[in-house]
Design a protein. Structure first.
Length: 277
């Protein structure tokens, strides 16, 4: 990274330096990849509605049913991810910039990260499920599974900023939001992308449990289960419906693969631009 004309420019691996606006970063990092996913979802939905609606997987599920379940799960995970990012950024900034908070909170984060998410289920049940907030309960569980990977990745990225970059920011009096925009945010992109990838992996791991919370409540029934691909997998297993299980698992694997190829791989390559030499 280099300074030029009272601003911070970023060095590509080719050796060239160029400025990158906030709009460009947001577009390349978030808007464009998820727009591609959205277009694919709409296209697949249209195609399935017109061409594959008659394709059945067993006696209880069609392609449309599995597709809609996958989309429901995907948006549930997106919601949890947004909340995790919104909380992780300010916490990571405070911990990385304030020594007292670093000494106080890092041990707390370490312990919290080590606790299995299932331990928090009684709290989730009392706070959400007993009030009928089943979808919010699932989102909160996924949120907890994602949060710590993002927080620790961001802290690592903020702590790795070279001293000469911070000195340059001080010289050019870059403070407040400008400091976040021109220094902290670009410096965090490599670790943030990696942390987000790990967070989504954790989310996929916990989604089955999150969508069938009724098993953790006495006298509850399956009417409290959420519509999603995790629930479909549980239903297929409990009813020994191999065709339904195979279809649901295939749909879930395809969704994960699409995200990996269209989003995460592109973001990982993009993040290479912001690594310090």
């Amino acid at each position: 990274m280099a300074t030029h004309e009272h601003g911070l420019h970023y060095r590509h691996h080719s050796g060239q330096t160029y400025p990158i606006s906030m709009t460009q970063r947001l577009y390349t990092t978030f808007i464009a990849p998820f727009a591609i996913i959205g277009i694919l979802i709409v296209a697949l939905a249209y195609f399935s509605a017109n061409s594959l609606s008659a394709v059945s997987l067993g006696n209880s599920a069609s392609f449309n049913y599995l597709f809609e379940a996958t989309i429901a799960t995907f948006f549930r995970m997106c919601t949890a991810y947004v909340f995790a990012v919104l909380l992780a950024f300010p916490l990571a900034i405070l911990v990385s910039r304030v020594k007292f908070l670093e000494r106080l909170l890092i041990p707390v984060f370490d312990v919290a990260q080590s606790i299995p998410v299932l331990v928090f289920f009684p709290v989730v049940i009392v706070a959400f499920a007993t009030r009928g907030l089943w979808n919010e309960a699932a989102i909160f569980i996924i949120f907890l599974s994602m949060l710590w990977n993002i927080i620790f990745s961001l802290i690592s990225g903020f702590k790795a900023i070279p001293r000469d970059i911070e000195w340059a920011a001080e010289v050019f009096r870059i403070k407040g939001f400008a400091y976040f925009k021109k220094v902290l945010l670009p410096a965090s992109i490599p670790s943030f992308v990696l942390g987000s990838l790990l967070a989504w992996a954790q989310g996929w791991n916990i989604i089955i449990v999150a969508e069938v919370l009724h098993v953790y409540l006495p006298h509850a029934d399956t009417s409290h289960d959420l519509f999603g691909i995790g629930r479909v997998l549980v239903d297929a297993t409990s009813t020994s419906n191999f065709s339904l299980f195979l279809g649901a698992m295939s749909m879930m694997v395809c969704a994960i693969a699409l995200l990996d190829f269209l989003v995460w791989q592109k973001l990982l390559r993009y993040a290479e631009r912001f690594k310090f030499d």
